[in-house]
Ligand binder design. Sequence first.
Ligand code: G4P
Length: 525
Amino acid sequence: MSEAEGVEQQAARRRTFAIISHPDAGKTTLTEKFLLYSGAVVEAGAVKARAGRRAARSDWMELERQRGISVSSTALQFGYRDHVVNLLDTPGHRDFSEDTYRVLAAADSAVMVLDAAKGVEPQTRKLFEVCRSRNLPVITFLNKLDRPGRDPLELLDEINEQIGLEPTPVTWPVGIPGDFRGVLDRRDGTMVRYDRAARGASEASEERLTPEQAALAFGPAWDAAVEGSALLDEVGASFDPKRFLAGDASPLFVGSALTNFGVRHLLDAVVDLAPEPAPAVDADGHPRALETPFSGFVFKIQANMNPAHRDHVAFVRVCSGHFERGMVLTHGPTGRPFATKYAASMFGSERNTVDDAWPGDVIGLVNAGDLSVGDSLYQSSPVAFPPIPTFAPELVATVHPRDLSRSKQFRRGLEQLEREGVIQVLHRLGGDPNPVLAAVGQMQFEVFAHRMDHELGAPVELGPAQERTVRRTDAATVPGLRDAGGVELLERRDGTILAVFPSPYWLERLIADHPDWTLEAIVNS
Ligand code: G4P
């Protein structure tokens, strides 16, 4: 087999996806169950146990512990049915930051996990917007059906209405939420009956029943599921691969991650339905064939804040070619060589050396202090990839050096942390030299302040983080916004202009009055 064929074959085996969900919908539980079903862990509980161990450790700082959580699972890789699955983490809760969005730039698809009692919640909606902006195919998992919840048909309507994605159920519940017996597999009309494993520590036992057997065993519950499915047929809510791949419709699976119901169906769907890595489109709009020599882009930089192990890991999504540890790559923006002797993959919080990687994989490059988010790395044939879309920030805060004699360190620190994508550094249009920081999560400010103080020698005074509605605008819209009043205008180093509104209502009002103004939620895409 030639090297090129090898790359294509390896890429075809890869599935690289992220889970998008609101905190508590069940992302961690589902991740664990994926690992259980893949055989990567023998007993569910490993991920949580790791988290528990970290929490129990005498942490040198609360912040490091929180960082530890987000480091823990930037990318998990496991084998399933002769495929290699890369599951990218989208940190939630207090860890929510711009990294959460950037991770989606490295994924080829997403699994949206919804709590069946709650439906579409704010964080899911935000993350889904990023999927939409990239036309990322989304598979939906309706979780927690073991508990009383809302009517699944009502939830389908909500998904459709609230996020404009048409759910097309592949499986449909037999029994009602809280008394969930199994699923009707709409592909062949059979039933899969589940039996509870104790808290889902091992795989759920699954039995296939013919429709006749199902009717006999479950009577009215089965009839109701058949009726529900017929109703879905009537409204055309059936799986359509084209609409799924275009990001317009989403195959939907139902289940309960806690009891393992439906987990196998979902994992099979990731392998069977989700796309394999496609040639990445470069900054000029040309697809770079998978078999061209190695290329990848940095989508996240993780600085270790422990002074005893101060290093930077750049997480790189492989776009083309075969990565072999030790190869010397070229850093796109500077043209400088970059040695990859220390390349790592992550499982939990442990680093393992990675020797080979293929399109779709994620590698962590250690000693990556000179790399920035969005940078390309390549072997022999140069490439630049388009900038990673960033979402409009939602929090802003003022910042000053605590010690004026350290203003040089302060400026340098701001520059470095902005480059790493820790925080956005903005300046007011029209002169005020004091910067304003902007972020999507509170955690970003904490990390910023901590690193300025402990690593970059420039302790800072941060104003309180204020919630704001921010939109990207342009020079043509600026005069109108100035006249409208109440809008703060800020500029990024790259020239992007951001308009900061005191409330979402003021923004809505201005959009209604001036539909021609540029006011975009996604900052660069
Ligand atoms: P997250 O990562 O999305 O934030 O959610 P996580 O998996 O941590 O799940 C949040 C809570 O929901 C956990 O309960 C978890 O056990 C529960 N959960 C997840 N999937 C299901 C499900 O299918 N059915 C039911 N009934 N519960 C589910 P917890 O009480 O916060 O934690 P724990 O004490 O159970 O660990």
